[in-house]
Unconditional design. Structure first.
Lengths: 391, 199
């Protein structure tokens, strides 16, 4: 089959690879009908997250049709089922899964010993996201093996196009969890840093959950325009001072809820000197993450407020103003998304037409154009916000 | 020399029996300018460490004895350019190499004196410098063009609300959602956060 394969920094290729095979009774093989490039794939593209190996298949936003099943599924998933494959692989049986903390499933990471060493304790297995999270081949491919399939996949009905359902695999639940864990109230101002795909979903989620004001921060005109279309007040940090503008919008009090949809690769610009400092340290391997957004959120957030972090951080970040965070009594909530906790509810909201997540797709191309699309997405050319690949 | 495909084959020892393994590789997302930038980056590192660790050999070869400290400083500069050229900010690295080429040429030109017994070496060094400068300029231009956002048409997304019923009707449409107890935060501040007018 064909698959997008990681060969090194900025080196993704559409390779011919062997087909995946059933390895366990709870496995299925999915014939991929649609998959997408995620913003967090760019951290791998830049080789900023350790434990990728040449030959690893990329991708963790996938859906398709079940074409093969293991013998231990007891009819819970069948050949011919149409499924969305969440990026988190979950056993559904461990204590963490039972309480809905699926992204820290205790059993699905088959390279648990690595995660134990690096994180202290293992987290869930993820598709196409380094050997720290299991080294599972990803879904930017024609076929995907899904372990623990009965607990992992979300069955979806026929009659709704892939484009509306695909993002149940990651960015929609990720934006939703970012808003839900902020416990949004009708009187809240919610500030969202980053208007990439997750930021766009967080904006829509905050609107659906009834925030009084949603403020979106970015500097790319097309992304700000999309954010505005979704109901956000926008701040272009090239033109305005973010802290001053947020205080102005909140009568000097600061937003109650701040959401970081950027993560470890904040934009670098001389007008924000800490970003240049972070980039310099990152280049010489003295720091892995660029946490400008975290610093800004801690500074501007209202005392007693909440900081929600769906953006991916990979390792070590410094100059985090913990003094301000501690003295302001801020609450931090973060983590990979517990996708399976939200998918059934979000599927209903799509079916009821509360939201149509396909609004975010800007490019839809065949799988073999994937390597070029990685570059275009990273370089933000042609107003690219979200790429869907068709194997 | 081991190529990337053979490294991918080697890494197969970490994969399970039924996991996909590379049979044949396709074209890379890395273009020719990117690959050339990597080559120039490694070249910078090699030259930089040579200048830093063995400046005497360079100054003697060019009849520039006494300039060892300057060569060491250039070595540090070259290493910086190399690191940048190998990073995702390769354009910066390449343009810093072009600037460095200018400095190198100006410095070597000072040794092009008629009384310099190593004048022939200086001529060769200048020819090499001019050649590498041309490569640096071409690659810096190509890489900058390849990775810039460009002046192409900007698409309009003003109709992409994502809400089939419109933004106004959608605000609060999911208020039926009950926040799970583990994700509750402190009660809203609104009732007490209104500013009290100054007396």
């Amino acid at each position: 089959m064909r698959a997008l394969v990681w060969h090194g920094k900025e080196d993704i290729r559409c390779d011919s690879v062997t087909d995946p095979e059933i390895q366990d009774g709870r496995d299925i093989i999915v014939k991929v009908t649609s998959c997408a490039i995620c913003g967090s794939d760019l951290h791998l593209f830049h080789n900023l997250i350790p434990a990728m190996l040449p030959g690893d298949v990329m991708g963790h936003e996938t859906m398709g049709e079940v074409v093969e099943t293991g013998r231990g599924l007891n009819g819970k998933v069948k050949k011919g089922d149409r499924v969305v494959v969440p990026f988190t692989i979950v056993c559904g049986e461990c204590d963490q899964c039972k309480r809905g903390y699926f992204s820290v499933c205790q059993r699905s990471n088959r390279k648990k010993h690595l995660a134990d060493k690096v994180f202290g304790h293992t987290t869930a297995g993820l598709f196409g996201y380094t050997h720290l999270t299991g080294g599972y081949p990803g879904g930017q491919a024609e076929y995907l093996r899904v372990p623990f399939a009965d607990a992992t996949v979300q069955k979806v009905p026929d009659g709704i196009p892939d484009e509306k359902l695909l993002f149940l695999s990651d960015i929609f639940p990720t934006g939703w969890q970012a808003a839900v864990q902020a416990d949004i109230q009708p009187t809240d101002t919610v500030a969202i840093w980053g208007c990439g795909p997750v930021g766009q979903m967080a904006i829509r989620s905050a609107i659906l959950l009834g925030a009084e004001q949603v403020v979106a921060i970015d500097h790319l005109p097309e992304r700000l325009e999309m954010a505005e279309a979704g109901g956000a007040i926008t701040i272009n940090f090239d033109d305005e001072n973010v802290v001053e503008r947020l205080n102005e919008l909140t009568e000097g009090e600061g937003p109650e809820k701040c959401i970081d949809c950027i993560g470890m690769e904040s934009h670098v610009t001389p007008s924000m000197p800490d970003t240049v400092y972070d980039r310099a340290k990152q280049i010489v391997l003295a720091e892995s993450d660029r946490p400008h957004v975290l610093r800004e959120m801690i500074y501007v957030c209202r005392p007693g407020g909440l900081i929600s972090i769906p953006g991916v951080y990979g390792g070590f970040a410094d100059k985090i103003p913990m003094g301000a965070a501690m003295n302001k009594g801020l609450t931090f909530r973060m983590g990979q998304t517990h996708v399976q906790r939200w998918t059934a509810d979000l599927l209903r909201r799509i079916e009821e037409e509360q939201i149509d997540p396909s609004f975010v797709i800007t490019h839809e191309v065949p799988l073999d154009k994937g390597p070029e699309m990685y570059r275009m997405f990273r370089d933000k050319q042609d107003s690219c916000i979200k790429v869907v690949l068709k194997p | 020399m081991m190529n990337m495909s053979s490294i991918a084959s080697l890494s197969n020892i970490t994969r399970s029996e039924g996991d996909p393994k590379v049979i044949q590789s396709g074209p890379s997302s890395r273009g020719i300018p990117d690959s050339l930038a990597r080559g120039l980056g490694w070249f910078s590192l090699g030259l930089g460490f040579t200048e830093l660790l063995a400046p005497g050999r360079i100054t003697r070869a060019l009849g520039m004895e006494g300039k060892e400290a300057l060569v060491r400083a250039y070595g540090v500069r070259e290493i910086g350019s190399g690191i940048l050229s190998l990073s995702v900010d390769k354009q910066l690295g390449l343009w810093s190499r072009v600037a460095g080429d200018g400095l190198d040429i100006a410095t070597v030109m000072t040794a092009l004196r008629s009384d310099n017994p190593k004048r022939d070496n200086v001529v060769v060094a200048l020819a090499l410098l001019l050649g590498i400068t041309a490569v640096d300029v071409i690659d810096a231009q190509a890489t900058t063009a390849r990775h810039s956002r460009g002046a192409g048409r900007r698409r309009s997304y003003q109709d992409r609300s994502g809400f089939p019923r419109g933004v106004k009707a959608s605000r609060g449409a999911a208020r039926d959602f009950k926040t799970p107890p583990d994700l509750k935060h402190a009660p809203p501040l609104a009732a007490v956060s209104k500013r009290v007018p100054a007396a």
